[in-house]
Design a protein around this ligand. Structure first.
Ligand code: 3PY
Ligand code: MG
Length: 256
């Protein structure tokens, strides 16, 4: 039985909070599935994660209410099919720049007649044992998330947001800044104007919007602006930050 609690909370007009997993570790996924996040996004775009490991990471979240998503490296029906067969309840697609890109993402996530997803007896359907139940559940519970993270995507946001079947418009501020010519400048006015434009269009089309944040302060700011799908940091950054803090805390008290 598939139950996407993240989707439910969004339908109930709540905020949802998650993080990205770039470490290819089922154990890290297991630990973070008990931390209190609503969703975990296995990042096959920037993490060194194979589809086999992604499947094991999803397995390790079982028994919790956390929603397993996969960010695929590229907008491809084949990669989306494999990610869903591995057990993801939703797909995040990077670099969606046009209406056609958004339509391809939606069609890749659904079986005919809505889409073009092939039928496979993968892990998600318990190797075919739960095929019928899986198909009817996933078609209801799946979330399609498209990333706006280029100047072109911002220019075409009206057309992208009006494509049926898109659950979340997710801003990637790092790539967006890069595309706008202000790479690494998180506080650039150009970036903020582009984010505001995407937000306004999403409000106009009553579309749920999400964003990646580096800090809790940013999460609070964007939540109050109308963002409901909130991505906070990465597994590796949580690990690194707490290690650095722990080291800093003892450094002046020990002989080095
Ligand atoms: C970006 O900031 O570019 C992202 O894709 C965040 O996930
Ligand atoms: Mg990005």
């Amino acid at each position: 039985m598939i139950k996407n609690f993240t989707k439910q909370k969004l339908q109930d007009e709540k905020h949802v909070l998650g993080t990205f997993l770039v470490l290819n570790s089922p154990c890290v996924a297991e630990v973070l599935s008990h931390a209190g996040f609503d969703f975990l996004i296995i990042d096959m775009e920037h993490g060194m994660i194979s589809i086999e490991t992604a499947g094991l990471m999803i397995n390790s979240m079982k028994g919790t209410n956390v929603t397993p998503f996969i960010r695929i490296p590229v907008n491809s029906p084949v990669e989306i099919k494999q990610a869903l067969d591995a057990g993801a309840y939703g797909i995040m697609v990077p670099m969606v720049n046009s209406k056609e890109d958004a339509q391809l993402a939606v069609r890749s996530c659904h079986y005919p007649a809505l889409g073009i997803r092939g039928v496979g007896a993968g892990h998600a359907s318990l190797y075919g044992l739960n095929m019928e139940e899986y198909i009817s559940n996933i078609e209801k519970e799946i979330m399609v998330m498209v990333q706006i993270e280029t100047e072109e995507g911002v220019l075409n946001i009206e057309e992208i947001a009006s494509v049926p079947g898109i659950d979340i418009i997710f801003i990637g501020p790092t790539d967006l800044a890069s595309s706008l010519g202000v790479i690494g400048q998180n506080n650039s006015e150009k970036l903020h104007d582009a984010i505001k434009k995407v937000l306004d269009v999403c409000k106009k089309y009553n579309k749920k919007i999400g964003i990646f944040c580096f800090t809790s302060e940013e999460i609070v700011k964007y939540a109050s602006m109308g963002f409901s799908f909130l991505g906070l940091g990465l597994d590796s950054s949580f690990l690194l930050t707490s290690a650095v803090q722990a080291i800093d805390g003892v450094k002046k008290h020990i002989k080095e």
